[in-house]
Design a protein around this ligand. Structure first.
Ligand code: ADP
Ligand code: ZN
Ligand code: ZN
Length: 720
């Protein structure tokens, strides 16, 4: 008999011991009973009973069932999870369960639906099928080899039957699958791209961290595709991580068109649990060639990974903000090192952390400095001084409106960008000063015009607009400030013939909605796009020549030291959308502070200047990346419990010896109340990463979370 140490989905540092007749491989899924319920656990280690002395053996329960060997978490993923658990100070059990597909957390009895791997080709038969669709399909099968799913895309759900019929009649034959590395219509690289691709090709097969810094539209994606072709030809897998919002159908299509015979798994929050499990299994057994996904894909096991790419590496959505607070880019770098393979971090506006690593000699730099499409130039950026030309009630000024009119005249696409959805951020009563606030959060309720409702953008709470002021019963309530809806309404009045489309989280909640917007843009069914920063990222609108940015100044004076960096990045991205093809672009930014250095760097397309400016600022104040940060976050539904815990945390933290660690006071969070929970945080920093982790380990062992208060650690927090 063996004592098997198991990792369960519970916030404990130690495993649980069970009995089994034989030793089990680490990572094996098993069923056990715990507290009267059957649960899943994963094997951490096995030991002969003779060597076990922690408990009397008759207290140990048996393992109920052992999962299929297909479901074993491979050693490299186990190690990645162990690293993540230690680094992010999260229990290993919770980390492992976060890293695996939902279905695997629930059952060890799950099967794998293999996607059909057969390919078909037309024979020389002269039989002509009935129906145009069928004839088209046969013609396509004469031109090229097609898989069943490609056939299904042409002919519909009946594909299986039809192909069986045709096989029997001798119209088609099964052919061996074409090589996954087959490349369809690659573009010829320009000189800069060629240099980058050949330099990076030389680094395949070993650990190499590359920063690919290329302005928007410089052809970074094209560089990836060329390198991917080489890795595929080596029979290795490729993992491409992108921000959630960038995983558009367009990008997926670009990959699928280039590599028509490669198996590409798309992994994001929209796929079903079943699809996620299949993607996990097929990557693990080596069937998948390319994994294209958002942050959670970094945990996908791979039989033979040869290259990792993190596109838009500066993007905040790579960091998870609850439970396991990991940064997918950072874990990806760790994974590349573990597997001794290259990793490419790409961006038009690299993060300070990455630039810091480059300056420290850890990463190599590759640059693309010109736009890939011939004649395409960077847009001209102009600052509209609001002191001279004030904004109207909808938030836009006269000059911007004139340029917008001219753009409509030219029948080109314009994008008006305002970083707030809804109609107006708040409703108020001028008589008594009442403002619409959320009952569950310490924040305003935003007015949404279409449904005549107030919505909390933090907890999702919605309510009807009160018919009169709830305090003094005054019937005349006013909106303050502006959002996408008010702007849309105003522009519709101003330009009655223009086709205007609003793009924010309210209008794009489904994939279909996005698809519709793309189709409309491509068919020139839209003249003006009004939207939030959602529009800034990763989209390619060929006819776009004018971008107008409103309400930008807040970021310059934010409590969050990263706000101006974020703003610079978003604006560089939006600006990069303008004039991508053969048309010059114009970007207008409304501001009260046109002389502010951030705007000046933007205007001059001076990313290096901006970075040096920010670096100096951060260095002077000993902020990340010059210092390492961790936040202890506590929350409770009871305000008095929270206050008590804050007190306790302060006392405990000061009692630990900490020569290289700076402790800040435990303070209420900026959003003190969120979704009915009161929140506080304590910042801990150090210039020595090991000292910080050492300190956190000691502190953690003394913290006693209970049912009334949650305590979490956020290492390298994005917001402080
Ligand atoms: P990025 O990823 O840097 O934004 P993309 O790879 O998407 O850039 O390229 C921007 C545009 O330039 C795309 O329309 C792409 O098809 C085109 N492009 C990229 N490389 C080339 C090339 N070598 N020749 C012609 N067009 C190119
Ligand atoms: Zn009132
Ligand atoms: Zn709320």
């Amino acid at each position: 008999m063996y004592v098997i140490n198991l990792i369960l989905d519970i916030p404990l540092r130690n495993g649980y011991s069970y009995l089994h007749s034989e030793a089990l491989t680490r990572g094996t899924a098993v069923n056990i009973e715990l507290r009267g319920r059957t649960q899943i656990g994963f094997v951490a280690s096995s030991m002969p009973t003779a060597q076990f002395s922690a408990y009397p053996l008759d207290k140990l329960k048996p393992i109920l069932a052992v999962g299929d060997s297909n479901l074993i978490i491979p050693e490299h993923i186990w190690q990645l999870c162990e690293f993540a658990a230690n680094y992010y100070h999260h229990p290993l059990g919770n980390t492992l369960f976060c890293a695996i597909p939902v279905l695997l957390r629930k059952s060890t009895a799950i099967g794998y639906t293999s996607t059909d791997n057969a390919y078909y080709q037309a024979t020389d038969s002269e039989i002509k099928p009935h129906g145009t669709k069928r004839q088209q399909l046969l013609e396509a099968l004469r031109q090229q080899t097609l898989s069943l799913s490609q056939i299904r895309a042409i002919i519909g759900a009946n594909a299986n039957n039809l192909i069986d019929e045709w096989l029997a009649a001798g119209l088609v034959q099964i052919t061996p699958p074409p090589p996954a590395s087959y490349v369809h219509q690659a573009l010829n690289l320009n000189t800069e791209q060629t240099l980058v691709v050949s330099a990076l090709s030389a680094e395949l097969g070993k650990f190499h961290a590359a920063l690919l810094y290329g302005i928007t539209g410089s052809g970074k994606t094209e560089v990836f595709l060329h390198l991917i072709a080489q890795v595929l030809a080596n029979n290795q897998q490729i993992m491409v991580l992108v921000p959630e919002i960038n995983l558009t159908p367009q990008l997926a299509k670009r990959f699928e068109q280039r590599f028509p015979y490669a198996k590409i798994s798309l992994i994001n929050s929209e796929i079903s649990d079943k699809q996620r499990l299949n993607a996990w299994l097929s990557a693990k057994n080596g069937q998948t060639n390319i994994i294209l996904g958002t942050r959670l894909s970094v945990f996908t096991p791979c039989a033979n990974l040869g290259l990792i790419i993190v596109d838009e590496e500066h993007d905040d959505s790579f960091k998870q903000n609850d439970s396991l607070r990991y940064h997918a880019r950072d874990l990806a770098v760790w994974r590349a090192k573990q597997l001794q393979i290259p990793i490419i971090l790409a961006s038009a506006t690299p993060s300070l952390e990455t630039l810091y690593n480059y300056k420290a000699g850890k990463y190599s730099l590759y640059k693309l400095t010109t736009r890939a499409v011939q004649n395409a130039v960077l847009p001209q950026i102009e600052l509209l001084n609001l002191q001279h030309y004030p904004a109207n009630f909808a938030g836009i000024n006269q000059i911007a409106l004139e340029k917008l009119a001219a753009c409509l005249e030219r029948k080109e696409l314009a994008l008006v960008f305002i970083n707030r959805r809804g109609y107006a951020p708040v409703i108020t009563c001028y008589d008594c000063g009442w403002v619409s606030t959320c009952l569950r959060c310490s924040t305003n309720m935003v007015y949404h015009h279409d449904k005549h409702q107030l919505k909390c953008h933090h907890c999702g709470f919605q309510t009807n607009v009160p018919p009169a002021c709830p305090v003094c019963h005054n019937q005349y309530l006013h909106t303050i400030g502006h959002g996408t809806q008010k702007l849309e309404e105003f522009l519709a009045e101003q330009f009655p013939n223009a086709k205007i489309k609003r793009v924010d989280r309210d209008t794009t909640s489904t994939k279909k909605a996005w698809q519709q917007i793309y189709n409309d843009i491509n068919q020139q069914e839209i003249d003006i796009l009004v939207g939030t920063q959602m529009l800034a990222k990763g989209h390619d609108f060929p006819n776009l020549t004018l971008v107008i940015g409103l309400n930008l100044d807040n970021a310059l004076f934010s409590y969050d030291f990263r706000a101006s960096e974020d703003m610079f990045n978003v604006l560089t991205q939006v600006a990069g959308r303008a004039g991508r093809a053969d048309k010059a672009g114009l970007v207008l930014l409304q501001t009260n502070y046109p002389d502010h250095p951030v705007y000046q760097f933007l205007k001059n397309h001076d990313f290096n200047g901006f970075i040096n400016h920010i670096f100096q600022e951060r260095k002077a104040h000993n902020l990340p990346p010059f210092a390492f940060y961790a936040l202890i976050k506590i929350s409770s539904t009871s305000e008095s419990t929270l206050k008590h815990t804050m007190q306790e945390l302060s006392t405990q933290s000061k009692q630990i010896h900490h020569p290289e660690v700076t402790l800040y006071s435990c303070v209420p969070a900026v959003m003190y109340k969120l979704h009915n929970r009161y929140r506080a945080q304590m910042l801990i920093s150090s210039n020595n990463r090991n000292a910080l982790h050492h300190y956190l380990n000691t502190l953690e062992s003394q913290l006693k979370p209970n049912n009334y208060v949650t305590i979490a650690v956020d290492v390298d927090p994005l917001e402080v």
